[in-house]
Design a protein around this ligand. Structure first.
Ligand code: CA
Length: 225
């Protein structure tokens, strides 16, 4: 189990890193928000411990960006400010739990273990499949014929939508609203471009081709007959 710690206070960060390492976790410690976000998006973690007050970018913004990128791993907030508003804000933004500083390490470890158990339980039902293509919702991984396929967050979201509604023709406007959270603008070819890129990664080198263009209507993910 790999944990990302984003904490700028050296003493607290080191205390967390050491304690979690001794408890058997693999840990990465970064000291500012921008670096924290970059690590969270580039690497695969099972959990993030995120301080609120950080240089570069605050914890709220880091969390918002992580969720916007489609990452649903558990996030435990550390807040020094014991205000109800802060806790509510954190939970609204998609944090899974919070801890007010100063805290006992045993308390933190208990919260971490609870959050990780929750994640493992969910994973059993969190695969979407068609033919030899598999999408792992929890780990945000896609494989085809056992080969790992690297997708951007948007490509992943697009494939997830197509998989959830496989055999159904999805219009460009529906895709735009679901994946890009925008109203369809006929001048933009953002969807065509995204579908082309997705195909290049998951269809071009494989058979059968799973994404079909339905002229004038949209796209469908299906096993061709
Ligand atoms: Ca701080």
């Amino acid at each position: 189990m790999r944990i990302l710690i984003v904490e700028d206070e050296p003493k607290t960060g080191e205390y967390l890193r050491q304690g979690l390492t001794e408890a058997g976790f693999v840990t990465d410690l970064v000291r500012d928000g921008v670096e924290g976000l970059q690590s969270a998006l580039a690497e695969i973690y099972d959990l993030i411990i995120l301080d609120v007050m950080l240089p570069g970018m605050d914890g709220w913004s880091v969390l918002t960006q992580i969720r916007r990128a489609g990452k649903d791993l558990p996030v435990l907030f550390l807040t020094a400010r014991d205000h109800v508003d802060d806790r509510v804000k954190g939970l609204e933004l998609g944090a899974d739990d919070y801890l007010v500083k100063p805290f006992a390490f045993s308390e933190l470890l208990a919260r971490v273990r609870t959050l990780l158990r929750r994640g493992v339980k969910a994973s059993a039902a969190e695969f979407l499949r068609i033919a030899d293509l598999e999408l792992d919702l929890l780990r945000r991984r896609v494989t085809r014929a056992g080969r790992r396929i690297d997708l951007t967050a948007k490509e992943f979201a697009l494939l997830e939508l197509l998989l959830r509604r496989q055999d159904e023709v999805l219009s460009r406007s529906l895709i735009a609203s679901q994946v890009w959270d925008m109203n369809f603008d006929s001048d933009t070819n953002v969807i065509e471009v995204a579908v082309r890129r997705l195909r290049a990664k998951m269809d071009d080198d494989f058979d059968p081709k799973l994404i079909r263009t339905v002229r004038g209507m949209g796209y469908v993910l299906e096993i061709p007959h």
